[in-house]
Design a protein around this ligand. Structure first.
Ligand SMILES: N[C@@H](CCC(=O)N[C@@H](CS)C(=O)NCC(=O)O)C(=O)O
Length: 176
């Protein structure tokens, strides 16, 4: 069965590929799994049919038969567990790759996202100029730590995995 995911009909990033459906699309492409995309308007995202799939009215979602998922990280993990190519076979290496998936979403993405949201939504606030350097410092600290760990390596843990995939999609937001 071909899975269907949801994505923005009109992405706020105007085609830069920063929305979180991209990490799911990349996972599908990486493992060679065909998929379909249902594009949603902002009003459709907050209507009952979509809220049944996603309690917070966001994208992406994933449907395959009677399985419906939300949260891009959970969807990528599901794809990675179902197909070869995104997680190592060795149990310890697999656990480390999953750790990097969580690190990307729970530790690296939050300060990057906070900065991005401030730049989009808070520019007109009186405190914006004062707050931005604080947010940028937090991003720099995280990037420094990540860079120290990565060193000259190509991948976060020996070989490319879903951890690298998620980390790249998180870091790409800094280029916008
Ligand atoms: N933690 C969720 C976040 C989902 C999310 O924030 N999606 C954004 C697009 S990248 C969205 O739907 N924004 C519209 C909204 O929140 O109303 C995930 O990783 O899937």
């Amino acid at each position: 069965m071909i899975p269907t995911i949801t994505a923005f009909e009109r992405s706020p990033d105007r085609g830069q590929g920063l929305a979180r459906d991209v990490r799911v699309r990349w996972a599908f492409e990486e493992v060679g799994q065909p998929y379909e995309v249902r594009l949603l308007s902002f009003s459709e995202m907050n209507e009952p049919p979509h809220l049944e799939l996603h309690p917070f009215g966001q994208i992406p979602t994933y449907e395959e038969g009677d399985l419906a998922l939300f949260e891009s990280g959970a969807i990528v993990l599901h794809i990675a567990q179902r197909h070869a190519g995104l997680l190592p076979d060795d149990a310890n290496a697999r656990a480390r790759a999953i750790t990097w998936m969580f690190a990307a979403l729970d530790t690296v993405e939050p300060p990057i996202w906070e900065r991005a949201i401030a730049m989009i939504l808070e520019r007109d606030k009186t405190w914006y100029e004062e707050r931005l350097p604080i947010l940028e410092d937090r991003v720099c600290v995280r990037l420094g730590e990540l860079s120290s760990r990565l060193g000259d390596a190509d991948w976060l843990d020996a070989a490319f995995s879903a951890g690298d995939l998620l980390m790249v999609t998180v870091l790409r937001r800094l280029s916008s």
